[in-house]
Design a binder for this molecule. Structure first.
Ligand SMILES: [Zn+2]
Length: 310
């Protein structure tokens, strides 16, 4: 039996489309990126097809017995109800049969998954959660979301929303956290409104009157500036509650953090002991780690949507 020699992963973002070609052992054979043709559905299909051809050419994979597999990671999801894209912030894809159109264009099946699920798969296959059965990957950036990999495969869920965590309410809220900030989704007090970079900045402003970006607050806290340190303490407490709530449901083997705020080592290190009091268990020894592949986890996870057995 011939073995697949190349896996191509595409990370479809709002400003750029990144692609990678992985050898069977996970080493990178080719990489490329192009700007996202915003608002242009046909142009997006063209760009991805061009990227796939370029990656195959650079990796020398044309004419292989089994063509390179193609996986796509993107914000949003494929509706299991009708096969159309939903919840994408690249809004020109919503309501489109994107996976089918791309499969026809590339003359092969494609797998499309939410980008947070791709992070989880990437880290589960050969990243910070390598070999673990249940990997919960959390993105803390401009937005907040998460994905779950079960034995190295994305857990999609019946409604294709498994891991959608950012628009659950902040758990165990204190009186001064209710009803919480208004969220674009129409609710109040969503986890994203507290734990995203903009959420961190808004909380800092509400308590200190200072308008600072998330990175500035983090830097000031590291120098011991009291207002910023207090903001980071509130942030960590809220993040720990948000994480504990899900630990009580899926009890992951490892929690992997991605996104800008995951790069702060002191945040990652402080979490286990802050999560523990909220977990309904006599013991809590779940590791919390920063993602190993960082920004490359999106493309790598998309490539690994086609696992060793597929
Ligand atoms: Zn919301």
């Amino acid at each position: 039996m011939s073995e697949r020699t190349l896996r191509i992963g595409i990370d479809l973002g709002g400003t750029k489309i990144a692609g990678i070609a992985l050898a069977p052992d996970g080493t990178t054979r080719a990489e490329a990126r192009v700007p996202t043709p915003r608002g242009d559905y046909a142009g997006t299909l063209d760009s991805i097809a061009g990227l796939v051809a370029a990656l195959e050419s650079e990796a020398g994979a044309q004419g292989a017995d089994i063509p390179a597999s193609v996986g796509i990671g993107m914000p949003g999801a494929v509706s299991r109800h009708n096969g159309l894209i939903k919840n994408a912030n690249s809004v020109w894809l919503n309501g489109r049969p994107f996976a089918q159109d791309l499969a026809a264009r590339l003359a092969r099946p494609v797998r499309v998954e939410n980008d947070a699920n791709c992070l989880a798969v990437s880290e589960a296959v050969d990243g910070a959660g390598a070999g673990e059965e249940i990997v919960w990957a959390v993105i803390l950036g401009t937005g907040v979301g998460s994905g779950i990999a079960l034995r190295g495969q994305a857990l999609t869920g019946r409604n294709a929303i498994a891991g959608e965590w950012g628009h659950n309410p902040l758990p165990w809220p204190r009186d001064d956290e209710r009803p919480g900030p208004a969220c674009y989704c129409g609710r109040h007090g969503c986890i994203e409104t507290w734990l995203s970079g903009p959420g961190l900045a808004a909380d800092h402003f509400s308590q200190t009157g200072e308008r600072q970006a998330g990175e500035q607050i983090v830097a000031a806290a590291l120098t011991g500036e009291p207002g910023a340190a207090a903001t980071m303490a509130r942030y960590l407490d809220r993040l720990a509650r948000g994480l504990a709530h899900v630990v009580n449901v899926i009890d992951p083997d490892v929690i992997v953090l991605g996104g800008g705020l995951s790069r702060i080592a002191s945040v990652v290190a402080a979490l286990p002991e802050k999560i523990a009091p909220h977990v309904f268990s006599d013991a809590f020894d779940t590791p919390v780690r920063a993602s190993l592949h960082g920004d490359a986890s999106g493309v790598r996870g998309a490539a690994w949507l086609w696992g060793p057995e597929s």
